[in-house]
Design a protein around this ligand. Structure first.
Ligand SMILES: NC(=O)c1ccc[n+]([C@@H]2O[C@H](COP(=O)([O-])OP(=O)(O)OC[C@H]3O[C@@H](n4cnc5c(N)ncnc54)[C@H](OP(=O)(O)O)[C@@H]3O)[C@@H](O)[C@H]2O)c1
Length: 239
């Protein structure tokens, strides 16, 4: 395992919730963290301050030209990129019979297209400095079918397969792995979340820090670990 100390690592959607937890953890590991956000500037500034005055980068990941600009900015600021955590995503619920083209594109433009083009642009920058590590945050919903989130499940299943295909395409210099969170609530509750927690073999919800543990593993592992998926879900994917 390689130390993350001094490594330049970009975390997308790092202002709040799981992304914030990952960014804080990477900073504690000694990494030079780049904080990406889109709408949550105040929260991004707070997370950045807690990551040792990390720089913040605003990008709408729906737009591939903005993604290109993000990686140009990372190159200008740090001159290199060692790690990329694609965490930003959208989540909506619809009866699949009611879903519109716009609803479908709303999810896929960020979760699948945005993740792919971040991998592409991140890998180009990593290759300039000899290689790197990409971790894509997928979801239990990319493994198990959820009737009211068909579009989201399809996007996250796509993230898992693009992780596997890119691991072959980018080897041996760059590894590409995925972490699939189970139920990681931040105060939100309700019948569905309660039922999922009740069905979780661990009998509890997970935390951002538990997701960060798996991210740190993939970022620190040698290039002998690639194309892999770890579900951090209290065992819920086994039911
Ligand atoms: N929480 C869970 O229970 C759970 C379960 C399974 C999987 N996951 C996955 O884990 C990751 C983090 O989950 P979370 O619940 O912490 O996520 P979240 O709060 O729903 O979203 C994370 C961030 O994504 C960013 N984002 C959304 N649309 C964007 C866009 N167009 N351009 C740029 N950034 C955009 C947002 O940044 P701004 O706020 O700055 O706009 C947001 O803060 C996601 O990939 C999610 O699918 C979460």
């Amino acid at each position: 395992m390689e130390s993350l100390s001094g490594k330049v690592i970009l975390v997308t959607g790092a202002a709040k919730r799981i992304g914030r937890g990952i960014a804080l953890r990477l900073a504690r590991e000694g990494a030079r963290v780049a904080i990406h956000y889109n709408g949550s500037e105040t929260e991004a500034r707070r997370t950045a301050a807690e990551c040792g005055d990390a720089p913040i980068f605003k990008t709408n990941l729906e737009d591939v030209s903005e993604i290109r600009r993000l990686f140009v900015q990372i190159r200008e600021h740090f001159g290199r990129l060692d790690g990329l955590v694609n965490n930003a995503a959208r989540f909506t619920a619809f009866d699949p019979m009611d879903i519109t083209e716009a609803d479908w594109d709303f999810i896929h433009s960020v979760n699948l297209k945005g993740t792919f083009f971040c991998c592409q642009q991140g890998a180009k920058l990593m290759r300039e400095s000899g290689g790197g590590r990409i971790v894509n945050i997928s979801s239990l919903g990319g493994i198990r079918p959820w009737a009211e989130h068909v579009h989201y499940c399809a996007s996250k299943s796509g993230v898992i397969m693009l992780t596997r295909a890119l691991s072959k395409a980018l080897a041996p210099e760059i590894t590409v792995n995925s972490v699939a969170p189970g139920v990681i609530p931040f105060g939100e509750g309700g019948e569905r979340i309660d039922a999922m927690i009740g069905a979780t073999p661990a009998k509890r919800a997970g935390t951002a820090d538990e997701i960060a543990d798996a991210v740190v593993y993939f970022l620190s592992a040698t290039n002998f670990v690639t194309g892999q998926l770890i579900a951090v879900d209290g065992g819920l994917s086994q039911r």
